[in-house]
Design a binder for this molecule. Structure first.
Ligand SMILES: NC(=O)c1ccc[n+]([C@@H]2O[C@H](COP(=O)([O-])OP(=O)(O)OC[C@H]3O[C@@H](n4cnc5c(N)ncnc54)[C@H](O)[C@@H]3O)[C@@H](O)[C@H]2O)c1
Length: 440
């Protein structure tokens, strides 16, 4: 493999993972962030967030000298043959994507770009963003038309970010020139040689592949949650139903997760941004589909709060609740738009005394919800609890001993908001178990 000099702009969940993985593939990588503290920590081999398997790659990159960090755009402009844009594209007040971080990064980078370099966008953006960015950058860069741009959207899942980066299901290359495609093929030469497929297409299609992949995953989750409501109303069991649906090859098991719905820094904001794009394009079918998906998803959180109120005897006021899980998903410390943390906040707002536990997300949760109590162990959280809520499906919670927990709580009632606990084992230990998507 011919190593390239790559830069990574934005050292968040996506950018830091990408930088460390590209260095692991043998490239020379220089990464930049406007957050100087983040750069200092990363330069010292410290992850600014929790991601399994990433720290050894970061340290290896630093030790070999293939991975370095900077805060100077001048330095990355002079260094890079390919610049990966990995900054955030959060939700703006009107629901559309806020592209200001991307434009600031492009403005800072453009004056320093070398002739013949390629900018490769990885952030999730509305269709049309890449083409507009290319025009802006070419107008501002002394290298002008000699600067090329591609869109190479990222599909990694937090908690599996390293494996997803090095062995994705596919690479998507949004390109406007054969040379851009050839450069991206050189970047990913090793995984491509391992047989990972790469699909080349236009910029707008590549942008839309990413947002429609997220929209489809969101549809799947909201679909099974709508069916969970039907199961509760009809006296059926959504867990058994999902197992039966999953064996239909046209449907499949993955992503069919009834429960508390989706959250995090991507799916919720991405479906809203797609909806805003569709509205601007006049595509009403996408607008109404995603509006329903979003509403169903939001309703999951109030549904679980209602279940808790009912299980607590009709009022939450003064009730002690042990909450298991704060991160938006297991194997992550990310609490951005976390359904679990949101439920905890709502319970506390309704007068409950919430003591929450999470293996890694307590620090992040404390910053957003200082009013909650936090425990270091599950047993500490459950001490004297009137009700236990299972909110994030960490392995640690699946393998809890129901008898050990039964010994410390005030009342043996648990709500399984993720539909994954072994109900029979909990019932055998004397627990009353309420599960989303089951009538009793
Ligand atoms: N997190 C994921 O699982 C994931 C997966 C696929 C795609 N994405 C997409 O990747 C993008 C980044 O997401 P993230 O979760 O890594 O966000 P993040 O907030 O964790 O990281 C963004 C980083 O960019 C930095 N930044 C902002 N402006 C900058 C600038 N002008 N120059 C340099 N650095 C700057 C921030 O300081 C921050 O460290 C988003 O578009 C997101 O939708 C994220």
């Amino acid at each position: 493999m011919q190593p390239l000099r790559l830069t990574v702009i934005g050292v968040g969940y996506l950018g830091l993972t990408h930088a460390a993985c590209m260095a692991d593939l043998g490239h020379e990588v220089l990464a930049i962030d406007t957050d100087h503290e983040r750069i200092a920590r990363a330069s010292a081999g410290e992850l600014p967030f929790f991601e399994p398997g990433l720290e050894p790659l970061l340290r290896k990159g630093l030790d070999t000298g293939r991975l370095r960090f900077t805060t100077s755009y001048q330095e990355i402009g002079a260094f890079g043959e390919v610049h990966f844009l990995c900054v955030g594209t959060p939700q703006a007040a009107d629901g559309a994507a806020d592209l200001s971080y991307l434009t600031h990064a492009a403005d800072a980078l453009a004056p320093h770009l070398r002739s013949g370099c390629l900018i490769a966008g990885k952030s999730t953006v509305p269709a049309g963003t890449a083409r507009a960015l290319l025009a802006t950058i070419r107008a501002a860069a002394p290298a002008g038309e000699q600067v090329d741009l591609a869109w190479n959207p990222e599909f990694l899942r937090e908690g599996h970010a390293v494996a997803d980066t090095l062995h994705p299901d596919r690479f998507v290359f949004g390109v406007t020139s054969p040379r851009a495609e050839a450069v991206l093929r050189q970047v990913y030469a090793q995984p491509l040689a391992d047989g990972i497929p790469a699909l080349s297409m236009g910029l707008e299609t590549a942008e839309l592949v990413k947002v429609s992949a997220n929209a489809f995953l969101a549809v799947k989750i909201s679909f099974i949650n709508a069916v969970a409501d039907a199961c509760e109303a009809a006296g059926a069991d959504v867990t058994q139903l999902t197992a039966a649906l999953a064996l239909d090859e046209r449907i499949g098991r993955r992503g069919m997760a009834p429960g508390l719905g989706f959250g995090g820094g991507c799916l919720p904001k991405d479906i809203r941004a797609f909806r805003a794009t569709a509205a601007a394009l006049g595509v009403q079918s996408v607008v109404s589909l995603l509006a329903d998906v979003d509403e169903i998803n939001k309703s999951r959180r109030s549904h679980v709060v209602d279940m808790a109120r009912a299980a607590a005897g009709g009022t939450l006021s003064g009730k002690k609740i042990a909450a298991l899980g704060l991160a938006f998903k297991p194997d992550s410390d990310d609490v951005r738009d976390s359904p679990s943390l949101d439920v905890c906040g709502r319970l506390a707002a309704d007068g409950a005394i919430v003591t929450a536990h999470d293996p890694v997300a307590v620090d992040n949760a404390t910053r957003q919800h200082p009013e909650l109590r936090y425990a270091k162990t599950v047993l500490e959280a459950a001490h004297d609890a009137d009700l236990v809520l299972h909110l994030t499906e960490w392995d640690e919670y699946r393998s809890l001993d129901p008898a050990a927990l039964a010994a410390v709580v005030a009342h043996r009632t648990i709500i399984d908001a993720r539909c994954v606990l072994d109900t029979r084992a909990w019932q055998t230990a004397g627990w009353t178990v309420r599960t989303v998507g089951r009538s009793a």
